[in-house]
Ligand binder design. Sequence first.
Ligand code: SAM
Length: 270
Amino acid sequence: MYKEIGLCCPICRLPLTQDNRRLVCRKNHSFDFARQGYINLLPVQNKHSLAPGDTAAMLHARRSFLDSGLYLPVSNALCERITKYARGNILADIGCGEGYYTAQTEKNCGCRCIGIDIAKEAAKMACARSKSIVWAVATASKLPFEDGSADIVTAVFSLFMNDEYARILRSGGIVIEITAGNDHLRELKELIYDEVFVQNKQPSPCGSQFAAVEQTEETFRFTAEGELLQDLLLMTPHAHRIKSGRGDPFEGKDRLSLTADIIIRVLRKK
Ligand SMILES: C[S@@+](CC[C@H](N)C(=O)[O-])C[C@H]1O[C@@H](n2cnc3c(N)ncnc32)[C@H](O)[C@@H]1O
C-alpha cells in the first residue's frame, strides 16, 4: 500500500517500507501506525512547539462547517483543476486539516491521496474520512516524500513551500493552491473589526522552478445559520483577534449572508 507513494524517512530521507504496523527505513528509524490509522512522521527535532498547528477546537469547528456543504464550490474548484491539468494521480494534500478536501479529491478524481498536517488531532480526525487515504503528521517544511514522487500537490487555505513542493513533484507535476482573496468573508470581518483594511492579497511568488498555468479569482455567496456561524468564526484566525470586551459578534443574529472569495492558482513544475 505504501510502496507506490514514495514516503521517506523524516530523519535520514531514506525510503520507508511497511513492516506490519510500522514504517521503517534502512537505518532502522521506525514509525508506528496510531490506533486510528495515521502515521506520525514528525520527529521532535522538526517540532517547534508542543502541539503545533490548528487546535482541536478549530479542527472540530471546521469539520462541522465543511460537512454542511457550504464550501462545496471550493471543493468543486479544486477537483475541476485536478481533472483538467493533472497527469498521474499521486496527490499530496499539504496542511490537509481534518481531511475534507483530501477526501473530496479521492472521491471525485480517483486520486491516490496522502494527507499531511502538522497537528496530530487533524490526522486523528482525518482517519474517519477515508481508510484508503494515507494520513500523516508531518511538517510542510520537511515533507516525508522522496524527490519527484508526487504528481499533484494541493494546498487549500494552507502553506506554499516553494522548494519542498518542487522537490517532491515530478517534472510536469502540478501544484493547485487555493487562498483567500480580498473579499473573503468580508461580512464576518465587518462584524469583528472597527475598520476592515483592504489588503491586496495575492499568492506568494512561485519562483523559477514553476511555470504559472492558471490564476483565477472566484466568488460565491452563502448563508450560515445558527451554530454554523460560530463554527465559521472559530475555524478562522479572526476568532483570536476579537478585542476583549467586544462581546459576541453575532449577538441578535441567527443567520448571516457572506461572500467567499477564493484565488485558485495552478503551477506546473518545469
Ligand atoms: C487553515 S487550515 C486549512 C486546513 C484544510 N486544508 C482545509 O481547508 O480544511 C491550515 C492547516 O495547516 C496546518 N499547518 C500549519 N502549519 C503547518 C506546517 N508547517 N506543516 C503542515 N501543516 C501545517 C494546520 O494545522 C491546519 O490544519
